[in-house]
Design a protein around this ligand. Structure first.
Ligand SMILES: Cc1cc2nc3c(=O)[nH]c(=O)nc-3n(C[C@H](O)[C@H](O)[C@H](O)COP(=O)(O)O)c2cc1C
Length: 167
């Protein structure tokens, strides 16, 4: 498996905690990159990516992701593989649960990238999510506020699957 670039904001609390847990599961196979300081060259170093995206502002990506995405050339994602995880709160935001995962997956796919790491929606309670496609989440939802006891097993199971699916 080629090295994975794990892009997320180092200034987050929950997304950073998840990144550390993912890194632990993928010992030596992952480089952590602060998306708030990243440029296109950082992106071009990798073929495999994990992107950490909390949902903010009632169903949106945080500003730093919105600022970063336009600097990627529309061809630069072709041939690359992406897995996405996202922190969200299904109780407080049941109509926009982890929407950012879906927004990011759409961005990746519309620019030629491949998204892996879909997760069944069982075990979550919410009304609507832009991260759902064909009854599955297109990435891994992590609910630190309401399901803290499930974080470890969800991350561990997801990473096991990714190890098989990344090139
Ligand atoms: C202002 C605000 C808006 C939020 N909007 C959403 C939302 O639309 N959907 C969702 O699932 N979670 C939402 N959340 C919950 C956060 O995504 C959740 O607390 C997450 O764990 C934060 O991760 P972080 O510590 O990495 O920023 C919101 C939280 C805040 C403070």
């Amino acid at each position: 498996m080629e090295k994975i670039g794990l892009f997320y904001s180092f200034n987050t609390k929950n997304t950073s905690a998840a990144a550390k847990a993912i890194q632990e599961e993928l010992k030596g196979q992952v480089d952590l990159v602060n998306v708030e300081e990243a440029d296109e060259e950082d992106f071009n170093r990798f073929e495999n990516f994990i992107l950490g995206v909390p949902t903010w502002w009632d169903g949106e990506l945080p500003n730093y992701w919105d600022e970063f995405l336009p600097c990627l050339d529309s061809k630069s994602l072709e041939g690359k593989t992406f897995a996405i995880y996202g922190a969200g709160d299904q109780k407080a935001y049941p109509d926009n649960f982890v929407d950012a995962i879906g927004l990011m997956a759409n961005f990746v796919e519309s620019n030629g990238g491949k998204v892996i790491g879909a997760v069944p929606n069982e075990g979550y309670t919410f009304d609507a999510s832009q991260a759902l496609k064909d009854g599955q989440f297109v990435g891994l939802p992590l609910d630190f506020e309401n399901q803290g006891d499930l974080l470890e097993s969800r991350i561990s199971n997801w990473v096991k699957k990714l190890k098989k699916d990344f090139k």
